[in-house]
Design a binder for this molecule. Structure first.
Ligand code: ATP
Ligand code: LTN
Length: 337
């Protein structure tokens, strides 16, 4: 089905059981909104997941779990194309071509690689982790995406994607759409509840600092109530002076739709405790139906798998066309059938 809407593409890794609140507010929330305005392609990036060691049974379960959470968050298979990256072999195929166009130095400057490889030690970090951003480039360019909704930490990868699209187009003729990052300023970086100097992250946050959406809501409510706050008592949005309170205000505002200044007024003269108690309740009210919807898809793996199979079929139709064009431009001899 051809569409005159702009294209959107994004992906999320099945590397943890549960999404966290940063994933939802920074990325997935935008995915849900953009199904209404864009021709939307969203995927669970299992090829990216194996850049660090994965237990096979867990990876398979987490891939289904990620898809169920995306549906639970509001993706609608009638409004978007939801699929699993490894079901579309064109990603790895275009990835190779892109590897051959990317400079070694250029790839070496990716901060995510530097952080993650430093954590693992140079000997344990794989070549796959090094070329991770280049596979991501292929993901995006295959779908001729105009916009890529992600959190702030992904900006550098999208910039590299733009550079590579322009390089390929310059060398071989117009082939790829040059994509733009779609990063919502307010929620681009949700911070750790215990350490508002770092982003909420499945690999870096301590358990008390991260809100996992599939945890018991009571557990998350407790974490919100014990979030670190700043000195003073005033509830005011001030990212440098009051990073803890500002983070809670961002979360509150996004989950309810109330403006930050409205919230500042509402809590004038009240203490941090009142804000945290109310936010805990807001979160529980939001997450309870999310968990129930996710569970419905987990309880019905046949439906889930059939959504993913249809998604892969739709995705392949688009990806195969772009790959054929790219192969032709590069000078590969067409295979005769
Ligand atoms: P890791 O800790 O392994 O890097 P992660 O917790 O950052 O993982 P990803 O799976 O890498 O999560 O991210 C999925 C999406 O969520 C990406 O678009 C990413 O930019 C976004 N995201 C992740 N953490 C945050 C955050 N704290 N605030 C806003 N967006 C985020
Ligand atoms: N690197 C991304 C996941 C990802 C992605 C993509 C995001 C893989 N391929 C294509 C946008 C577009 C991350 O969230 N860590």
């Amino acid at each position: 089905m051809a569409s005159d809407r702009p294209r959107v593409l994004s992906g999320i890794q099945p590397t943890a059981g549960s999404f966290h609140l940063g994933n939802y507010l920074g990325a997935v929330r935008q995915w849900v909104a953009m199904q209404e305005t864009h021709d939307a392609f969203y995927m669970v990036v299992d090829l990216h997941a194996i850049t660090v060691p994965q237990d096979p049974a867990e990876l398979r379960a987490n891939t289904r779990l990620a898809a169920a959470q995306l549906l639970g968050a509001g993706l609608d298979p009638d409004r978007c194309t939801l699929f699993v990256q490894s079901h579309v072999p064109e990603h790895a195929q275009l990835g190779w071509v892109m590897n051959c166009l990317t400079g070694f130095g250029e790839a070496s400057r990716m901060t995510q690689f530097k952080d993650k490889s430093a954590k693992q030690g140079a000997d344990r970090a794989t070549v796959g982790l090094f070329t991770y951003p280049i596979l991501q480039i292929a993901d995006i360019l295959l779908y001729q995406a105009n916009a890529v909704p992600v959190g702030e930490d992904q900006r550098q990868h999208i910039e590299l994607t733009r550079d590579l699209a322009e390089r390929f187009n310059g060398r071989y003729g117009q082939t790829f759409t040059v994509p733009a990052p779609y990063i919502v300023k307010e929620t681009a970086k949700i911070f750790d509840l215990q350490d508002p100097a770092i982003k909420m992250s499945k690999s870096a946050s301590a358990p008390k600092g991260i809100i996992n959406l599939l945890d018991e809501p009571k557990t998350s409510a407790k974490k919100i109530k014990s979030a670190v706050t700043d000195t003073g008592t005033e509830i005011r949005f001030d990212e440098t002076g009051k990073p803890g309170i500002s983070n809670l205000l961002t979360i509150y505002s996004t989950l309810t739709g109330a403006g930050v200044s409205e919230l500042e007024k509402k809590y004038e003269g009240k203490g941090y405790g009142a804000l945290k108690t109310d936010l805990a309740e807001v979160f529980v009210d939001w997450v309870t139906p999310f968990r129930a919807r996710t569970q419905e898809f987990l309880d019905d793996p046949e439906t889930l798998d059939s959504i993913l199979a249809k998604g892969a079929e739709k995705a392949r139709a688009v990806a195969a066309e772009t790959l054929a064009q790219a192969y032709d431009r590069v000078g590969f001899l067409p295979a005769k059938h």
